[in-house]
Design a protein around this ligand. Structure first.
Ligand SMILES: Nc1ncnc2c1ncn2[C@@H]1O[C@H](COP(=O)(O)OP(=O)(O)O)[C@@H](O)[C@H]1O
Ligand SMILES: [Mg+2]
Length: 489
């Protein structure tokens, strides 16, 4: 039974005990239940509002000099006193829950707190004060959670935005911000959002996915992991491409984990998300213009600045504009092993987007010159897709082999193929195309060897007892194990 229904039942009992209730006609059970729920919800909400106001009135005057711990104590104390003193229409049984909720509303982000604390949730989306959705394991689901009212919803949005020194109002109706834990927040309010404020939170992974997680999710295969590890160590320039939320940043982070410890890595992002584990990493973050429209620092500016910081590798979270040119130039001038991501629908599309971005940089370069830059700078494109069942997979690893006439030559090394569904569940696998990539020679020159079999195509029918990729558990060799054959030589 939901809390509000329990509450309604309790209220009904109390009323009956007092002998004041006339039994409602129960011709339609559903309607009756819905009515009582609405009534109890609004009681609960108005009680909460009242108590919150009283708590704030009591605590506000002392708030200035208090540390967070003391503030929490003050609020809790005030809350306890008020709940006992006031004629709050909450039964003793529900009182603890009530106190917790008011506490959260006062000091935290109200109903968002439990969602933010839930590690299985990766995204929180509020479309309205009482319409909150989350993404859990790749799927979007509705939550029963709700803010008390529009006012509390707006207060939480303002609290988040003002904490990072920004403001949201009619003149600045959309804002990017961050929660103290690093989660990315976007808020957009009317008149841009037609039906009311919308708040979207991309949660910061406290424990970001590792290569072994991606293999267990079926995003990677062991062979692909071995190939990518070799390519990163061999300083290939890699472009991760895919649509929004396909896992580009996550995969970039995993690719970065293959960078050897001794290198100086500079990461550049709009909003810092990457979490590299190496000892020598410098994180730079771009800055939007302030309310007066000045002080902006673009990704481009940071890429240029990074070049003066003696980087071994530069990692740009995502290229969206003119920085694409700077990035290509960096890759072409000794900063090999650099990586970035781009929003695109396919590997080929990724290249044409890069081309457009370079044009956006404002240089009047002939298209052929741009393509030559791209073809000589980039070695690999790793493309990601989100399947209809919510799984995120690498659908292609494509090698850039040079130019033929005006066209950039691409060759797929790994490709995702859909298999007949099993038990009604979609299935498929990422398999080698059987073509030996050219980068193998470059890797060999560097003394990095890969077993030839990782590039062998799967021939013949797919074994019928093969389980879907996503459920196959594998043990992933450590970087040291992967490097062992090389050292033994
Ligand atoms: N392979 C994966 N399997 C399951 N969830 C993933 C995977 N890769 C990423 N995610 C989750 O998907 C969300 C979006 O990932 P992100 O890397 O930020 O995507 P993008 O950069 O493409 O927008 C994150 O919450 C992340 O934790
Ligand atoms: Mg991203």
């Amino acid at each position: 039974m939901k809390l509000s229904e329990k509450l309604a039942a309790l209220e009904e009992q109390e009323r009956k005990a007092a002998g004041t209730t006339k039994l409602r006609p129960r011709t339609d059970g559903k309607t009756a239940r819905r009515n009582s729920k609405t009534v109890s919800n609004s009681n609960w909400a108005s009680s909460k509002r009242k108590v919150r106001e009283l708590v704030l009135a009591e605590v506000a005057p002392k708030m200035g000099g208090l540390s967070e711990d003391n503030l929490m104590k003050e609020v809790r104390g005030a809350l306890d006193r008020i709940v006992q003193r006031e004629d709050v229409k909450v039964s003793p049984i529900e009182r603890r829950k009530f106190v917790e909720e008011v506490f959260r509303d006062t000091l935290g982000y109200g109903p968002l707190d439990p969602l933010l604390a839930d590690e299985a949730i990766t995204e929180v989306m509020c479309n309205n004060f009482d319409d909150i959705w989350v993404e859990r394991e790749g799927r979007i689901e509705h939550t029963g959670a709700s803010f008390t009212d529009e006012v509390q919803y707006r207060a939480v949005i303002e609290k988040i935005v003002s904490a990072v020194g920004r403001r949201i109002d009619e003149s600045a109706p959309m804002v990017d911000a961050r929660l103290p834990d690093g989660s990315r927040v976007n808020a957009i309010i009317p008149p841009l959002a037609i039906h009311g404020p919308v708040l979207t939170i991309r949660k910061f992974a406290a424990d970001p996915y590792k290569v072994k997680d991606l293999i267990n999710f079926g995003t990677f295969t062991l062979d692909l992991a071995a190939v990518l590890e070799a390519c990163v160590r061999g300083k290939m320039n890699i472009l991760v491409s895919g649509g929004t939320g396909t896992g580009k940043t996550t995969n970039l982070n995993v690719l970065s984990s293959f960078i050897p410890d001794g290198e100086r890595v500079i990461t550049i992002e709009d909003a810092a998300e990457l979490q590299l584990q190496q000892p020598h990493v410098i994180n730079l973050e771009a800055r939007p213009p302030n309310a007066e429209g000045s002080g902006e620092v673009r990704i481009r500016d940071l890429v240029r600045n990074a070049l003066r910081m003696r980087p071994d590798r530069i990692i740009v979270g995502e290229v969206r504009g003119g920085e694409a040119l700077d990035m290509l130039q960096a890759m072409n001038t000794g900063h090999e092993g650099s990586m970035t991501t781009v929003h695109s629908n396919s590997p080929r599309d990724a290249l044409s987007r890069l081309e457009t971005m370079v044009l956006m940089a404002g240089f009047d370069l002939p298209v052929r010159a741009i393509r030559e830059q791209i073809a000589s700078a980039l070695h690999l494109i790793m493309h990601l897709d989100r399947l209809p069942d919510g799984r995120r997979v690498v659908t292609s690893l494509t090698e850039i082999q040079g130019m033929e006439g005006d066209t950039i030559l691409l060759q797929e090394v790994f490709k995702y193929r859909t298999l007949p569904s099993r038990d009604g569940r979609p299935s498929g696998e990422l398999a080698a195309t059987g073509l030996r990539p050219k980068f193998v020679d470059k890797l060999n020159e560097l003394g990095i060897e890969l077993p030839a079999k990782v590039f062998h195509a799967h021939r013949g029918p797919v074994p019928t007892d093969a389980r879907p990729e996503s459920t196959r558990k594998v043990r992933v060799p450590s970087a040291r194990e992967l490097a062992a054959p090389e050292r033994a030589r």
